[in-house]
Structures are given as C-alpha cells and as structure tokens.
Design a protein around this ligand. Structure first.
Ligand SMILES: [Zn+2]
Length: 299
C-alpha cells in the first residue's frame, strides 16, 4: 500500500489537493467517507483521504478508538489516514504517535519563530523515535483557534494577517525542524466569518504567496481554515501549491443543519441513528463539493 507521503507528493506535483476533514462522531465520519468515495470514483487518479482530530475531538472519540476505526476502513481498501490535528503539547503528540496515528501536527504556531523552531525540532525528534515513518507537520503564524462561526476575525489574528508567513521564514523553518509538511499563514483563518445574512466574509487568500512559498521549500504545504473560502480561491490555492486542505467548520455547520432539519421533521423520534442520518448526508454533500474543487485538475 502506498504511504501518505506518496499521495501528498503526487498531489504537490500534480497541482491538486488532498482533503483533510475533522470528525468527532460516527455520522460525520460516515458522511466524510461517502463524499470521498463519490469523488474517488470520479477522478482520473487514486487520491487519499486524511481525517483529523483536534485535541478536544481526540478526547471525545478516544485515540485507540479513532485508530481502530480508520484501520477498519483501510482494511476495506480505502486509502484513508489519521492525523492528530493541532497538537499543542509534546505529551499529547507522543500519545498520538504511540496510539498509531499516521500523522501529527505539532502546533507551536503561536510562538515567535525561534521558539517555534526549537519546540518543533524537539517534537520531530521525539515523535520519530516512536514511529520513524510518521508524517510531521509544523505551523507558522497564528490562524486563531476553534472551528467556529464568527462575526469578526478571531482574537489575536489581526496582526498575523498584516504579517503573513514569508517564504524565507518557511525555508528556514523547514531546514531547521525537518518537518514533512508546513502550514503557513497566507490569509487563512480558523473558523468562518459570516455577515447578517449568513454569507461568508473570510479574508482573501494570498495565492501568490502560496506559490512563492512552494518554490522556496521542498516540504509540502497545508492550507488550514479551508472553510468559508470562495470556490475559485480554493481552486487557485491548490494549483499554487497547497497539497492538503483542512476543512472542519463547514462540516460542523452541515452536521448541525442536518440535525436541526431532522428534529423539526421528526419531533417524536428518539433513535439517534435515524435522527443523525440527515447530518451524515449534509456532511457528505459538503465533502464531495470541496473535494471536487480540490481535485478539479483530475476531472
Ligand atoms: Zn487547523
């Protein structure tokens, strides 16, 4: 079986993007799998799926439980890989590596560059001692915390929007930490910003910066905060070099929409799997729409 890094490198060379989707319940996972399968069957090349759990999502699902769930899909032939998303402590990174995660995002993006490099380098060493093949991602620049619906920029992000990641910073970070993947700040934020009518108002992506960063480093680039971004920007970002794109907030919104409609239509229903089927379906629709954008060159 091909490794995750092979799929990522193919995406990087081919100008398309692998989708990374977060989950914290079975219905979301089922929706992600169904959306992925639909697109996998339509594109001209085998692509991989990455699913991720933040520290909070991991606590809800269980580390070994998540690993076993993903393994069960892999045994059924689905090229799906598990990422320990936004891991803030070395302890939690070690725990995820020991539990069998395929990838870890060690996130010291909030720290100044020198400290970020120091802590990330140490994490790379410790995590690779546990599993030499694990994929490790580092983060540069602060994107705000939480996959939420917002009415303004996340706290602390204004400064990083004025000071997006410079290509030479990324080159230094890659060389000194040895990470496989890098998540830069290129105008993206975590969560979505909506206006009164519910339309997305996220800041624009600096697509040209993604291109310049790609040219400056060998490590593959990961675009976080893929929710709330205009379709044409998302397409341009992967063509410019974002080999992996994270989508979480829009899945949570779909999950909630599905549940709301289900509750309204079936006020007496108490079977969780019946009520939540609409959430899985809403998630499937978002996943397939996003994957079609990320893989538009493969159609
Ligand atoms: Zn993220």
């Amino acid at each position: 079986m091909k490794q995750l890094i092979d799929y990522i490198n193919e995406a990087k060379e081919g100008g398309y993007g692998l989708g990374h989707f977060n989950f914290s319940d079975l219905e979301t996972l089922r929706g992600i799998m169904a959306g992925f399968e639909e697109v996998q069957n339509a594109v001209s090349k085998e692509i991989a799926l990455i699913v991720g759990l933040s520290e909070g999502e991991r606590a809800a699902v269980g580390l070994r439980q998540a690993v076993c769930l993903i393994q069960s899909y892999r045994e059924a032939g689905v090229p799906v890989f598990l990422n320990a998303d936004h891991t803030k402590s070395l302890e939690n990174a070690k725990e995820a590596a020991e539990a069998g995660f395929d990838a870890v995002l060690f996130d010291a993006g909030r720290e100044p560059l020198d400290e970020n490099i120091g802590h990330t380098r140490e994490a790379v060493k410790v995590i690779r001692e546990i599993n030499p093949k694990i994929i490790i991602e580092g983060e540069l620049g602060f994107l705000g915390e939480g996959s939420e619906i917002r009415t303004s920029l996340p706290e602390g992000v204004g400064a990083s929007l004025k000071n997006l990641t410079a290509p030479e910073e990324v080159a230094r970070f890659a060389a000194e930490t040895g990470v496989d993947l890098i998540a830069p700040a290129v105008g993206n934020i975590h969560g979505v910003i909506t206006d009164n009518a519910g339309a997305f108002q996220n800041p624009p992506l600096d697509v040209d910066r993604i291109k310049r960063i790609k040219e400056a480093v060998n490590s593959a680039l990961v675009l976080h905060g893929g929710s709330g971004i205009k379709d044409e920007e998302l397409r341009a970002a992967v063509v410019a070099g974002a080999a992996v794109v994270h989508i979480s907030t829009e899945l949570r919104m779909a999950w909630r929409r599905g549940l709301d409609s289900s509750l309204a239509a079936n006020p007496g229903e108490i079977a969780p799997y019946k009520l939540l089927a609409a959430s899985a379906e809403a998630v499937r629709l978002v996943v397939s729409e996003k994957l079609k954008l990320l893989n538009s060159v493969l159609y």
